[in-house]
Design a protein around this ligand. Structure first.
Ligand SMILES: *Cc1c(COP(=O)(O)O)cnc(C)c1O
Length: 380
């Protein structure tokens, strides 16, 4: 038997120099709790990075942040929420937690995010049917900002609050404005596979302290002011722990470095695939978009490419290299099939013809050589 090669992952955690020191501080001071000095320091650090108008509530996950965003906007049973179909299921699940109805919307081909034309025609149609949607969820998929001017124009024209799912896009920006600040409310994720990680965690980004305080109140079991435990609201256990926040503080100090490393992976694939027939590397459509290139994705033109996405995936896998199909749209998921879908087949075609390539910020040159070898064999 041949010795197993080290597996190359799609996107693995990449720890800097300070995380352990901060975590040790949490132990030394016995703040092993879902509160403590690191949580506030981590929030301050994110607020400093995202800028003056950002008020952060650090939470246990990006999914929890989306759930609280919907609650803060008053989304409840019977309401409709418009949601990008091409995304990870966590963008849509919290709509169902609230007993509301997700209405899925197709992407446009440039950023793979919410299509402005379909968004507007959907809003008109739902209003005509007697139901004005309660919120819009737009995603910055794979780190690529959505068409923020167009989407925000429509959201404000119809006065529907916009939630930005920026779970994959910390470090990206649109016309110089940072992702994580593009919505009325935005969310971030620090799951293990994201651009920076707290092992597990997320954040709600609000535009004012009132929403931040409300989110923290709900995330800590909605305890009213009283010496005993008094409750007048349903609460959640969604706060980030002090230990996880300690990791986050260390990660914030290497964020810019991580963005540069992921962007350099993207450059590596662009160069590698420059001559490959029928292959497009998913890239920024114009200078207005700055992507952290969380994952580098490629799209196959089935008429001209030398292999299929699945053949490449299997060839990479055989050499212990992980790659993955693009997000399968929500309107094609069994669990969401009963909900309305608006649009054509942009998202579906991406799913059929795309592949995410290994994109960790810790990919070594040696690993890139292994990847290049297989890709050249299959597509070159
Ligand atoms: C990861 C992710 C989430 C969920 O974040 P968690 O922290 O894992 O709960 C939501 N939306 C998108 C697009 C994601 O990639």
């Amino acid at each position: 038997m041949k010795p197993m090669k080290d597996r190359i992952y799609l996107s693995s955690p990449h720890i800097g120099n300070l995380e352990q020191q901060y975590v040790q501080e949490a132990f030394a001071t016995n703040w092993i709790a879902p509160l403590g000095p690191h949580v506030e320091a981590f929030e301050k650090s994110l607020e400093g990075y995202l800028g003056a108008n950002s008020k952060i509530a650090a939470l246990s996950s990006g999914t929890a942040a989306l759930h609280l965003a919907l609650i803060l906007l008053g989304v409840s049973k019977g309401d409709e929420v418009l949601c990008q179909s091409m995304t990870f299921s966590a963008s849509a699940n919290p709509i169902v937690y609230q007993g509301a109805t997700p209405i899925f919307i197709d992407s446009e081909a440039e950023t793979w995010n919410l299509c402005p034309e379909v968004l507007e025609s959907t809003i008109k149609d739902r209003i005509a049917q007697g139901e004005k949607p309660k919120a819009i969820i737009a995603v910055d998929l794979y780190g690529m900002p959505f068409q923020a001017d167009e989407i925000r124009f429509i959201a404000s024209k119809y006065q529907i609050p916009l939630i930005e799912d920026s779970a994959e896009a910390l470090g990206s920006s649109y016309k110089g404005q940072k992702c994580g600040t593009l919505g009325d409310l935005s969310i971030l994720s620090f799951n293990g596979n994201k651009i920076i990680t707290t092992s597990g965690g997320g954040a709600l980004v609000a535009r004012n302290s009132e929403f931040k305080e409300k989110a923290i109140f709900l995330a800590t079991q909605a305890r009213d002011q009283a010496p005993h435990y008094e409750h007048s609201h349903i609460g959640y256990n969604y706060r980030l722990s002090n230990v996880c926040a300690a990791i986050g503080r260390g990660q914030m100090e290497v964020l810019e470095e991580r963005v540069a490393q992921r962007r350099s992976n993207h450059q590596f694939y662009k160069k590698l695939l420059a001559g490959a027939e029928g292959i497009t590397v998913f890239s920024e459509p114009s200078g207005n978009f700055f992507s952290n290139h969380w994952l580098t994705c490629i799209l196959f033109d089935p008429k001209h490419s030398k292999a299929t996405p699945e053949a490449l995936r299997l060839a990479l896998d055989k050499d212990c290299i992980e790659s993955r199909p693009l997000w399968k749209p929500m309107h094609l998921q069994p669990v969401f099939k009963q909900y309305p879908y608006y649009g054509a087949s942009v998202a579906e075609n991406c799913f059929k013809n795309g592949l995410c390539l290994p994109s960790g910020s810790n990919l070594s040159d040696r690993e890139k050589e292994r990847i290049a070898l297989i890709i050249k064999q299959m597509l070159g």
